[in-house]
Design a protein around this ligand. Structure first.
Ligand code: ATP
Ligand code: MG
Length: 459
């Protein structure tokens, strides 16, 4: 009984809330752009995103595709991920979709799963005050933010005008609250509201400005750009894991080289972004790292995948090389010295850069394979070809060759060897001058010195 009564009251309240939101939409000054005008190609929209909106709307809620996806659709790009905004609370969203889960603390969201695609559904955010479930640090940075609101409030809270566009999948209309469409036409990336306040609230927006302008070929509008240099230091307060996520997006945007040059131009480096310091502050490695980033950009623009572990392995390779040399100078044999160097770099750098453990195992595999590419005699090259990460190791080798660290012919040798016939391979092998397998000494000679540990090891 009580349950039924509560349900009734609750659904009345919900209906009232929806009515208010709808009135708000009616009263707002949003430009409403019809399909005829915006010409969004519906084929570029993920069916999962459409189904999510449909499910929410059928249950009586508002639902829009929002943010970067709408921006990309207007620019005729295929969006890589879809976000949906709604007036349903996370719990309500969760109840509607069987395959969904509530995630996040800073922002509570729902992930709705369709096959292997995930649609991120967020409830309209309201104004944040230091009350209720919102929290701000002394610097003005928003730490937690779970106040729900109307669609207009949600639009004001977004970062750039071009990111505050809402696509209604049912009517195919775009709601544009901050003249984002006009800015997009003018190729401008403009912050909503006062840029200084918005950077104080969330310094990561400075990185987003640089990343999105490089990715989309937009110019950062003058007032949006001006405070960045002065406010760069605020990035120091941002938790490393958030910086890491944003930098990873930047490195894997397909425009990493341009983004890094832009970050430099905006003075957003030097001590602010550990991941970037590693790239920029190693004269030896810069050529290698920039080549690697160019290579990643090309892969992504050609629709190929790019593995973050590979990228991090390139970013830290010259640190590994330096430490490897030091350990060898201290008298350690090459392979153990390499492993000591790898562990040292992972312990120090990976921690500083907040590289997640899930990436470090693959990074080590790629590094540990490298000396094996220089062994081109006997059975060893055949064994290397069967390594599960051979392809990544080989791509890494090619970068080392291209950067001048190794002679080009080593890379060329592997390129040919990998695809050659059995006879060609046999003919290609170099004379075996490497260490021969040691013959076992006859056992048990009392008093004899213990055998030295083998220098050649494994990965
Ligand atoms: P990308 O194409 O790289 O995914 P995006 O703009 O979609 O770019 P997301 O991180 O996916 O970036 O964010 C989705 C949307 O959430 C943005 O379009 C924007 O509306 C909003 N948003 C993201 N980060 C912020 C932020 N720091 N401050 C305000 N709004 C943000
Ligand atoms: Mg996005």
């Amino acid at each position: 009984m009580i349950k039924k009564f509560l349900q009734k009251v609750f659904s009345k309240r919900e209906k009232a809330a929806i009515a208010i939101n709808q009135a708000d939409v009616g009263a707002t000054t949003a430009n409403v752009i019809s399909a005829k005008t915006h010409k969004i190609d519906r084929n570029l929209i993920s069916p999962a995103a459409l189904k999510t909106c449909e499910g929410l709307q059928k249950a009586g809620f508002q639902a829009y595709i929002v943010g970067g996806a709408v921006r990309d659709l207007l620019m005729q790009y295929k969006p890589k991920d879809f976000d949906v905004a709604t007036n349903a609370t996370p719990e309500e969203v969760y109840k509607i979709f069987r395959r969904s889960r509530i995630i996040g603390k800073r922002f509570r969201l729902v992930h709705v799963m369709w096959g292997n695609e995930t649609i991120e559904v967020s409830t309209f955010r309201g104004h944040h005050q230091n009350t209720g479930d919102a929290k701000t640090a002394d610097s003005g940075r928003i730490i937690r933010d779970n106040i729900f609101g109307t669609i207009e409030e949600d639009a004001v809270r977004r970062d750039f005008t071009a990111n505050a566009l809402y696509y209604d999948a049912a009517t195919e209309k775009v709601l544009d609250f901050h003249n984002g469409v006009a800015d997009l036409k003018a190729k401008l990336l403009r912050m909503i509201g006062d840029p200084v306040t918005r950077y104080q609230e969330d310094p990561v927006r400075m990185l987003r400005a640089v990343r999105l302008s490089a990715k989309l070929g937009l110019k950062i509008e003058a007032k949006t750009e001006a405070p960045i240099r002065k406010m760069a230091d605020l990035l120091q307060d941002v938790p490393p894991s958030r910086l890491f996520d944003e930098m990873l997006k930047l490195f894997l945007s397909g425009h990493a080289v341009e983004s890094i040059n832009a970050l430099r131009a905006q003075h957003l480096h030097h001590g602010l972004l550990p991941l970037l310091d590693v790239v920029l502050e190693q004269p030896m490695g810069e050529r290698f790292v920039m080549l690697a980033l160019k290579n990643t950009d090309d892969r992504i623009l050609n629709g190929k995948s790019s593995n973050p572990s590979f990228l991090f392995a390139t970013l830290l390779w010259h640190e590994v090389l330096a430490a490897w040399q030091t350990y060898q100078q201290q008298g350690n044999p090459p392979i153990p010295a390499l492993h000591m160097a790898m562990n040292e770099v992972i312990d120090i750098q990976a921690e500083k850069m907040a590289i997640h453990n899930r990436f470090t195992a693959t990074m080590k595999e790629i590094w540990a394979m490298q000396p094996r590419f220089e062994q081109r005699a006997g059975k060893r090259p055949y064994a290397l070809l069967t390594h599960p990460r051979y392809r990544a190791g080989y791509d890494f080798l090619l970068l080392r060759c291209a950067s001048g660290e190794l002679p080009e012919d080593i890379g060329e040798w592997w390129t040919v060897f990998a695809d050659a016939s059995t006879e060609t391979r046999t003919a290609m092998l170099l004379p075996d001058t490497g260490p021969k397998k040691r013959r076992r000494r006859p056992r048990k000679k009392a008093g004899s010195a213990p055998a030295t540990t083998a220098a050649t090891t494994s990965e």
